[in-house]
Design a protein around this ligand. Structure first.
Ligand code: GDP
Ligand code: ZN
Length: 318
């Protein structure tokens, strides 16, 4: 619980570099990935700098872990508990790195300005479908004249993505957005300049205080300002802030999973004549027929074809 943080009792194992064999495993939540270690929040709300064993692979922000106390005030993550979801990004040497775990809501932020990049919006939504993370859309900057942007979003509303109209600057629609964030672990995604940081600051008035606390407790100073970090929202729910980290690449998706990532295609895909239909110009393609009949938005289908092209050219960063 927030506000109930207290210091751990002095560590009995402080003279040893490795955990005592009898030291009990404790539950914790990874709240920041600091490069040199993980900031783990204990059940009591204490922040502990933890190291990981190599074999643990990639513990990520949002992971629930079992950890044991080590020397000083530090700890070691012994086990990453099963995840309900994970977002990844390409790492070095073709490896995939986990960036955020256990997200159960992604809010894709768009604005009248900069003009919405709908290909990017589709890409975020497809990755969310693929990862089984429910997504919602936030139209920010509604204090600006934005009829055009809102018009382009009706396609998304029609296929069931909730749309929130807000303004971080004019404090419009924020209470309703806070309610949608309650009971969830969420992340804001969107192109640069749409107002993600402004919204994050509006939702988390004590963000800097908390970041400072994590820096201080972990002993790693300013590292945390750019690290992906999980914050508890005052009204309930958690928000993972991942500044500057691209976590929505299509790299792990195939053409087939991209098609399933377009949720309005899902009811048609099983009706295609061939199991391996690519939904391009294939004979008997039910998806294409639905586009021609107007049941699927032609604009969304065109963007699907563009994303397929991107997938097919591995040199392009996707
Ligand atoms: P980010 O790149 O997505 O994090 O976007 P920022 O939060 O940095 O915002 C980009 C610009 O949009 C800044 O100049 C903000 O002041 C401005 N901005 C953010 N929210 C709003 C809003 O609701 N209305 C208006 N008019 N401007 C906003
Ligand atoms: Zn098809």
């Amino acid at each position: 619980m927030r506000g109930s943080r207290r210091r751990n009792a002095p560590q009995e194992a402080s003279r040893k570099a490795t955990p005592r064999s009898d030291s009990p495993l404790r539950q914790g939540l990874v709240i920041s990935h600091l490069g040199k270690g993980l900031a783990v929040e204990s059940l009591e709300g204490e922040i502990i700098l933890c190291h990981t064993r190599r074999r643990l692979g990639d513990a990520a922000v949002g992971d629930r872990v079992l950890w044991s106390p080590c020397e000083g005030d530090q700890g070691r993550v012994e086990e990453v508990l099963p995840r309900i979801s994970v977002l990844t990004r390409p790492g070095y040497a073709g490896k995939i790195r986990c960036v955020a775990a256990n997200l159960d809501r992604v809010f894709v932020v768009v604005a009248p300005s900069p003009e919405p990049d709908l290909l990017l919006v589709d890409q975020y939504l497809a990755v969310c479908e693929h990862r089984r993370i429910p997504a919602e859309i936030v139209l920010n900057k509604t204090d600006l004249a934005g009829a055009q942007a809102a018009g382009a979003l009706t396609d998304y509303e029609r296929i069931g993505y909730p749309l929130h109209r807000v303004s971080a600057k004019a404090a419009i629609g924020l209470d309703e957005l806070k309610q949608s964030l309650q009971h969830h672990c969420s992340m804001l995604a969107g192109q640069s300049g749409v107002g993600k940081s402004s919204l994050t600051n509006a939702l988390l008035p004590d963000k800097n205080l908390r970041t400072g606390e994590i820096s201080e407790k972990s002993g790693l100073g300013r590292h945390t300002t750019t690290a992906a970090t999980l914050y508890h929202l005052p009204e309930g729910g958690d928000l993972i802030d991942s500044p500057g980290v691209a976590v929505f690449g299509l790299a792990e998706m195939s053409g087939q999973s991209l098609a399933w990532g377009y949720r309005e295609f899902q009811e048609y895909i099983p009706r295609c004549q061939f199991n391996d239909c690519r939904h391009i110009r294939d004979k008997g393609c039910a998806v294409r027929e639905a586009v021609e009949a107007g049941a699927i938005s032609a604009a969304r289908y065109e963007r699907f074809l563009k994303l397929l092209d991107k997938l097919a050219s591995p040199d392009d960063p996707v």
